[in-house]
Ligand binder design. Sequence first.
Ligand code: NAP
Ligand code: GDD
Length: 352
Amino acid sequence: MNKKRKLALITGVTGQDGSILADFLLKKNYIVHGVKRRSSSLNSTVRLDRIYQDKFIKNKSFYLHYGDVSDPSFCNRILGEVKPDELYHLAAQSHVAISYELPLYTASVNSLGTLNLLEAIRINNLNKKTKFYNAATSEMYGSLKGKYQNELTPFHPQSPYATSKLFSFWITKNYRDSYNLFASNGILFNHESFSRGETFVTKKITMFIAKYNHYKKGVLYLGNLSSKRDWGFADDYIIGIWKILQHSKPEDFVLSTGKSYSVRDFLKYAFACINIKIIFKGKKDKEIGIDSKTKKVLVKSIPYYYRPNEVTNLIGNNRKAKKVLNWTPKIKFKALVKLMVNEELKNFTPKK
Ligand code: NAP
Ligand code: GDD
């Protein structure tokens, strides 16, 4: 007998995680609906090119809808129309540094956007049908105080982004407890891939490496090279996100690798992939990275990219996800750097 295909709705489908998740769910035979914002350029759907299906194809598996999570009428309508089995809420103003420049906008999208979707589930009486995943974040913890951060660690958000996400975290829990909704938070530590947004540090570095490898010139301007993150591979984390909604009950989970490395470490391994040994001189916003052989300056730390209140270190303990969901990240830090650089080198096209 034919099993009924599951219906998923993804907000933030054009982003790194949304595009990888859409691909993953299609391979699992889901029917996938995604929300994309209207944009003046078609480039915003570039990450979806490999799975895009033309509007006029009958019985498609992948549908795109224009919408914005900060618009409650849209959220009510789309939930009423799609009636998904699983709603993956990934849409966000996701850049920490930009959240200092756009704090109200960030709160409106990240905090109220989440509430709009939860309300839309309730208003459409989907409490028993739709499972809700909220993309919470390790940024909610703020700088590491003990050995690691887990589901019991107190939160201490240090940016408008982190604070807006804390609202989304708690409102998800409130709706779970008040309305018996299957609503879970994933507290995800940094995860990267070739599809990472170009202004996040790993992608900024790996794109520079590909350019430098070709032109043999240029300087990469960065902020704080000492700050440390628990970096994993996005594809591993997408499996974790899916597993969170397949669990027998709604709960919150940390997804992390358990190891943290500095931006400087990332630079070292990334340059090593193109056979450059980089050495560092100076401190803080006077620090520079030099090619040990040619003595060319490759990297400069400048105040412009420093944040008003830097989260200095994050390390997650993923024991709960391991035990309850049987989830473990496969790709380790060095392999991640190599994978990102190699993909960048492969896709590099010089300007004519
Ligand atoms: P991303 O690449 O920046 O993608 C964000 C997505 O949200 C994009 O599709 C974006 O659309 C969409 N979006 C932004 N504002 C919107 C709005 N008002 N209405 C509808 N859609 C909107 O982020 P990501 O790295 O995939 O992360 C996915 C989610 O996980 C985010 O919520 C992020 O905060 C959270 N998170 C990420 C990490 C990480 O390391 N990647 C870790 C923890 C938590 P456009 O393409 O039009 O901009
Ligand atoms: N973006 C950026 N650009 N970061 C830099 C730079 C630079 O030029 N130079 C140093 N950094 C440092 C930042 O100060 C931060 O400590 C670290 O590199 C990582 O920065 P991002 O890649 O911007 O990521 P993030 O950690 O701030 O936020 C990401 O991870 C969070 C989970 O911990 C985002 O994906 C968030 O959406 C996510 O919640």
